[in-house]
Write a protein that binds this ligand. Structure first.
Ligand code: ATP
Length: 449
C-alpha cells in the first residue's frame, strides 16, 4: 500500500487513512485499506464501523465481506459471520481460508455436518490449512461411518457416508405428508414397476428436498433407503467440488459408479444449491460447470429398472438452486420437508428419549411449548438437558431422571432454528413463487400461523 506523505509507522498510516476516508465519503478502497490496518492493530470496533461503511458502498465485495465476517466471528456473532461468508462465497473467488473460517462458524452454530464439509473444502484447496484440533472437534477424526472410496488407478478419492442405514420410516417421528409422498413417488413404483409404467410413471430418478435446516432431510432420506433396502451414499456438494481441474467431475462420476455397483442405491447430495452459485471465472467456475454437466449426464443414464438409483438433492435455499437442475427428468419432483408439527415434535421427543432415564415426561405438553423447533433442535434440547441431569447426578451421587421441567428449562434457553428460514420463504412466496414452486410451504404456513 502506498501512502501519501511518506508515512511509515502503522498509527501514522492509520491517521492518514482516517483523514482520507473523511475527505472522500464514497471511496471504497481507502476504507478497505484502513480497515485492514485497524484489524492488524486490533482496533476492532473501529474496523467494524469502517467495514460496514465500505459494505454500504459495495455490498457484494468479497474481500470486505470476509474481513467483516472475521470480526463477527471474534465477537461471537456467528450467524452474521455465516451470512457474510456465504455471500462472499457466492460472489467472490474461492478462498480456502474463508472456508476454514466457515467451518469454525458452523461448528459454533452446532452444525457439524457443514463444519466438516467446509473443513474438507478448505483442505482440498490448501492442505497446509490442516488443523488437528478443529478436525477433532467436528468429529472427522473419529468418523466411523465414512469410508474412503478410491477407484483403482485413480489418484483422487472422496469420502462419503456409505452404510446400511439401519433406520426406516418407523424411526422418523411424524412427517406423515413427506412419508406419503415418498411412498407414492418412490416406494410403490419400485415395488410395482409394471403397474406404474402402465400409467406412464417413472421409476427412480431425481427428487429435490428442501426446507429449513435440521428438519430431517438427511434423516428421512436415510430412512427411505432403509425402507427399500438400498445402499445409501450421502455427500455434500462442497466435498465433491475440488479446485483442481477435472477432479470435481471425477468425484461426481466415482460416486455414481460406486452407487451403480451397489444398486439399488440412494445418492443423497446435500447443499445442491452450491452448484447454482454464479462464479464468473477461474478454476472454481470450471469446477462448478463441469460438476453440473457430469451430474446431468449421470442422471440421464440412470438405473436399469431392476437396479434403480435414486438421487436426492437437498437444500435449505431452494431459491438458489440452478433452474437447469429442475427440468423434467432431473430433480423434477419436489418435496418440502417442513418443521415438525405438534404430533411430530411429540414423537421425535419420545424417539430421542428412548433408553434414557426419564420420569413423568409430558411429551405432548413439552411439544406444545416448542413450536418451530426443528428435529435437530429437539435433539439438542434433550442432549443439553441430559448433560445437566448428569452433572446433578454426579453432585448428588444418585441417578437423576430427565423430567418435563428439566427439558422445558433447557428449551427456554434456546431459539427455534426454523423461524428465520420461514420468514425468508414467506418473502419468496410473496414476491416470486415461481409458478407455484413454494405452494407446499404456503399451505404449511396457512395451517401453522
Ligand atoms: P440440514 O439442512 O442442516 O442438513 P437436515 O434437514 O438434513 O438438516 P437432519 O440432519 O436430517 O436435518 O436432521 C438432524 C437430526 O434431527 C437428525 O439426525 C435426527 O436425529 C433429528 N430428526 C430430524 N427430524 C426427525 C424426525 N422426524 N424424527 C426423528 N428425528 C429427527
Amino acid at each position: 500500500m502506498s501512502l501519501e506523505g511518506g508515512v511509515s509507522t502503522p498509527s501514522k498510516a492509520i491517521d492518514a487513512l482516517r483523514r482520507l476516508v473523511r475527505e472522500r465519503p464514497t471511496d471504497f478502497d481507502t476504507r478497505l485499506d484502513l480497515a485492514e490496518l485497524l484489524v492488524t492493530d486490533k482496533l476492532t470496533d473501529e474496523a467494524s464501523l469502517v467495514l460496514r461503511e465500505a459494505l454500504a458502498l459495495k455490498p457484494d465485495n468479497a474481500e470486505a465481506l470476509r474481513m467483516y465476517a472475521g470480526l463477527c466471528y471474534e465477537r461471537n456473532s456467528l450467524e452474521e459471520a455465516r451470512d457474510r461468508l456465504e455471500t462472499a462465497a457466492r460472489v467472490g473467488p474461492a478462498d480456502p481460508k474463508s472456508d476454514l473460517l466457515l467451518s469454525r462458524v458452523y461448528l459454533g452454530l452446532g452444525d457439524k455436518h457443514r463444519a466438516q464439509a467446509f473443513y474438507q473444502l478448505a483442505l482440498n484447496q490448501d492442505p497446509d490449512l490442516e488443523d488437528k484440533s478443529l478436525s477433532a472437534s467436528i468429529g472427522l477424526a473419529e468418523s466411523a461411518k465414512r469410508v474412503r472410496i478410491k477407484p483403482a488407478g485413480d489418484e483422487h478419492a472422496l469420502d462419503y457416508e456409505s452404510s446400511p442405514t439401519g433406520i426406516s420410516f418407523k424411526d422418523v417421528g411424524g412427517m406423515e405428508d413427506v412419508k406419503e409422498q415418498l411412498r407414492m413417488n418412490i416406494i410403490l413404483p419400485l415395488k410395482n414397476p409394471t403397474l406404474f409404467r402402465e400409467y406412464g410413471k417413472r421409476i427412480g430418478g431425481g427428487i429435490l428436498m428442501y426446507g429449513p435446516p435440521g428438519c430431517g432431510k438427511t434423516y428421512i432420506s436415510r430412512a427411505l433407503a432403509g425402507e427399500i433396502d438400498a445402499a445409501f451414499y450421502a455427500v455434500g456438494i462442497h466435498e465433491i467440488l475440488d479446485a483442481f481441474l477435472g477432479s470435481s467431475e471425477k468425484n461426481m462420476h466415482n460416486l455414481f459408479e460406486t452407487a451403480r455397483r451397489n444398486a439399488p442405491a440412494v445418492i443423497f447430495l446435500d447443499e445442491i444449491d452450491a452448484l447454482g452459485q454464479k462464479r464468473e471465472s477461474g478454476s472454481w467456475g470450471r469446477a462448478l460447470r463441469g460438476t453440473v454437466d457430469t451430474l446431468l449426464i449421470e442422471m440421464d443414464g440412470l438405473g436399469k429398472p431392476d437396479k434403480p438409483i435414486l438421487v436426492i438433492g437437498a437444500t435449505n435455499t431452494p431459491w438458489a438452486v440452478d433452474l437447469a437442475l429442475r427440468r423434467p427428468g432431473r430433480f423434477d419432483r419436489v418435496i418440502f420437508v417442513p418443521p415438525p408439527d405438534q404430533g411430530a415434535r411429540e414423537e421425535i421427543l419420545k424417539l430421542h428419549l428412548r433408553g434414557k432415564p426419564i420420569e413423568d415426561v409430558d411429551a405432548a405438553g413439552i411439544a406444545s411449548k416448542i413450536d418451530r423447533f426443528s428435529g435437530a433442535d429437539i435433539q439438542a434440547m434433550i442432549d443439553r438437558a441430559t448433560e445437566e441431569v448428569i452433572k446433578r447426578a454426579m453432585r448428588s451421587g444418585k441417578t437423576e431422571p430427565i423430567t418435563t421441567r428439566s427439558l422445558l428449562e433447557t428449551a427456554k434457553k434456546m431459539r427455534p432454528s426454523t423461524t428465520e428460514w420461514l420468514a425468508t420463504a414467506t418473502d419468496y412466496i410473496r414476491y416470486s413463487n415461481q409458478g407455484g414452486f413454494y405452494d407446499q410451504v404456503k399451505s404449511y404456513l396457512d395451517k401453522n400461523q
